[in-house]
Design a protein around this ligand. Sequence first.
Ligand SMILES: Cc1cc2nc3c(=O)[nH]c(=O)nc-3n(C[C@H](O)[C@H](O)[C@H](O)COP(=O)(O)O)c2cc1C
Length: 409
Amino acid sequence: MRAFRKLLQDQISGDLRSLPMRVRRLVSPERRLARARNIDDLRTLARSSVPRTVFDFIDGAANDELALLRNRQGFRDIQVYPRSFVDVSTIDLSTDVLGTRISMPILGAPTGLSGLAHADGEVGIARAVHAAGSIYTLSSMASYSIEELAREAPGPKWFQLYLWKDLGFVRELLVRARESGYLAVVVTADVARAGRRERDQRNGFSIPPRVTVRSLLGGVRHPGWSTSFVRHERFVIATMPANAGSSKVVDLAEFNKSQFDASVTWERLEWLREQWTGPIVVKGLMHPDDALRATRIGANAIGVSNHGGRQLDDAPSSISMLPAVVDAVSDSAEIFLDSGIRRGSDVLKALASGARACLVGRPLLYGLAVAGEPGVARALSILSEELETAMALAGANSVDVLNASYLVR
Ligand SMILES: Cc1cc2nc3c(=O)[nH]c(=O)nc-3n(C[C@H](O)[C@H](O)[C@H](O)COP(=O)(O)O)c2cc1C
């Protein structure tokens, strides 16, 4: 690893020095960000900002990546009525989620190892989300620890939990989250096994990244990313015990297999309900019966999600399952939606279908990969501006008025 770092450092400083000032300005992250009109543009820029292994880890999904496509198609298939002669001179995006007032109905989804995209990592995402007036969810596989994030990004936060095999460790994480002021626990339900992410398998994705000819070339081709990678070393799971530490290279699939507990049943959710007195969100439920059962156990919110298509490739799109889940449980729990949001109008469609708010994963990671925290801020401003425009044209001046009558069925 030391030799790898040295090689990269030499290469990076040489590379940047050799660029004339004018060219350096042209490729500056700020310039690149300003060119992004939408989330797809940010994705294109992200692809050229980080090594392929990193881009594929963010962008990829399970097997044939059909659920990923289905998530997009699900939103595309819903249309919105254009409505006129409503005063939309001001549009109120604010709402309440689990007792916290937020300025817009878009939250930061938990994404593990975000430090791979940029050293700002989860702290950069959380700060941008807080600046936009919303809530960030820290993954239990994050590159910053529970305490680091609380210190560096003091706005409202939730903590995402995997029900790992080691219950003592899970209990310890809950205590740490409570002591650090996290407002809610988001327990991820769709991980009996890790999905088969074939791009990661092909790339030999591991934690920390393995030094191979490909990774070396990837680093050399992306000097900006490499500088940050070498200086900040944000490529391990900060929350985890030593077995995932920087000293041992672990294949991601192998790591997940060793940690995820395939024997988890509803009793474990009951156990969690006893351990955590604050709000619990169960993320990754798609079937109305599962949502109902979770609320009967005491879940305060349901996250309708197929994990961004990264788990069961044959899953339906999350937006197509939302109405059935809303019918089943919306009297007893708040409902959030994630997976496939790339346009502000997608958020309108989710809210009009009964979601309280949406979580976004990759859009923020693309922004992070391009320029760190300012890149995330750009992704959020694109989404909120698009949402406002769609609401204005649909004749909705507040998220509270949105309901199924805005959608063409
Ligand atoms: C790179 C990456 C890492 C993720 N890590 C986690 C995680 O640690 N825990 C979790 O519950 N979900 C994780 N997710 C899923 C997200 O929380 C969310 O469900 C998904 O990204 C939403 O889809 P979108 O990316 O299309 O917005 C991850 C997603 C991505 C793209």
